[in-house]
Write a protein that binds this ligand. Structure first.
Ligand code: CUA
Length: 337
């Protein structure tokens, strides 16, 4: 009865939706279109295992169907001899799966060790998980940024990761598998992108109310573009004293409470107890609010007016800013290049 209901025609549209969702092109979190060597080695392992499983499926189902057909009930045929248990057969169908698993284990274990090994001459970047955004530090260059991880393309990257609060999980599907960010413990993940491109990241572990909005972007740049990015990021912000709208925004930043959590190097350098994204080069980032919003005026207006409406549970308070203050702040954020 239930089955009958379930297979009603109108339900098939849901099956169809699930089916066509697999056909989306350029899906940014597609783990089956690797764009770097680490993701590719996982992809190769996946397809090897997949095709072995397909062959086994076809063989087993084929033998099953053939048996059903050959030994089906026919008129005037006596009931076949009923048996129970066959030691020889049982040994065979135990040993064969063991051999298959042993065969798959060889490339699996090799890939696991290859992925864990620290690559030579890798660029080290620290990834720190916060509810609900990723912070990035480049110890070799003295840079702190958020939400957007910028890397040189065709270069191995060694991420050293931990969490500031609860368990998070760093996942850039096109560049590697997932890895936990654990409070009080370091974990490591390698990334490498073949070409200059943009990739999406997503927190892969439920970490509270706005887990789904804990996203990220990885931007890989050519070597020269990466070098100029580094040079820009190493500069401090300039203190505005020209009476412009942006300078008014700087006053709002300094007086409204933003400095309790947000640092702007050269303007306010003291990190408060609660860490929020470093805003020194905010305007160079394409996204904000855990990479859940594009960096544009409309989104910034909505965000500054009521952050929790966009990211439920966010630690960024509603500062009850006036429209004029919000406009001034947005003008100021636009100067942080
Ligand atoms: Cu962090 Cu989910």
């Amino acid at each position: 009865m239930l089955m009958k209901k379930f297979f009603k025609f109108k339900n098939f549209k849901y099956f169809f939706l699930v089916f066509i969702s697999a056909c989306i092109e350029n899906a940014p979190l597609d783990s089956l279109s690797p764009e770097g060597p680490y993701a590719r080695s996982i992809d190769e392992l996946f397809w090897l295992t997949f095709w072995i499983a397909v062959i086994i499926f076809v063989l087993v189902q084929g033998v099953l169907l053939i048996s059903v057909f050959i030994f089906r009930e026919k008129p005037n045929k006596p009931e076949p001899k009923q048996i129970h248990g066959n030691t020889k057969l049982e040994i065979i169908w135990t040993v064969i799966p063991v051999l298959i698993l042993a065969f798959i284990a060889v490339p699996t274990v090799r890939t696991i060790f290859d992925l864990a090994r620290e690559p030579e001459d890798a660029l080290k970047i620290e990834v720190i998980g916060h509810q609900w955004w990723f912070e990035y530090k480049y110890p070799d260059y003295g840079i702190t940024t958020a939400n957007v991880l910028v890397i040189p393309s065709d270069t191995p990257i060694r991420l050293e990761m931990w969490s500031n609060d609860v368990l998070h999980n760093y996942w850039v599907p096109k560049l590697n598998g997932k890895r936990y960010l654990v409070p009080g413990q370091k974990t490591y993940l390698n990334l490498q992108a073949d070409n200059p491109d943009e990739f999406w990241a997503q927190c892969g572990e439920y970490c509270g109310l706005s887990h789904s909005k804990m996203r990220g972007r990885v931007i890989s740049l050519s070597e020269s573009d990466f070098d100029s990015w580094i040079k820009i990021q190493q500069q401090n912000a300039i203190k505005l004293e020209d009476g412009s709208l942006a300078a008014e925004g700087q006053t709002v930043y300094l007086n409204a409470g933003c400095t309790q959590c947000h640092v702007i190097n050269g303007v306010w350098d003291t990190q408060g107890d609660r860490i929020a994204p470093n805003l020194t080069h905010f305007a160079t980032r394409t996204v904000f609010a855990g990479a859940s919003l594009e960096n544009n005026e409309e989104n910034l207006t909505n965000w500054l007016a009521n952050p929790a409406k966009i990211k439920p549970g966010t630690f960024m308070p509603n500062l009850e800013l006036t429209e004029a203050e919000i406009n001034a702040l947005i003008a100021y954020l636009g100067t942080l290049k």
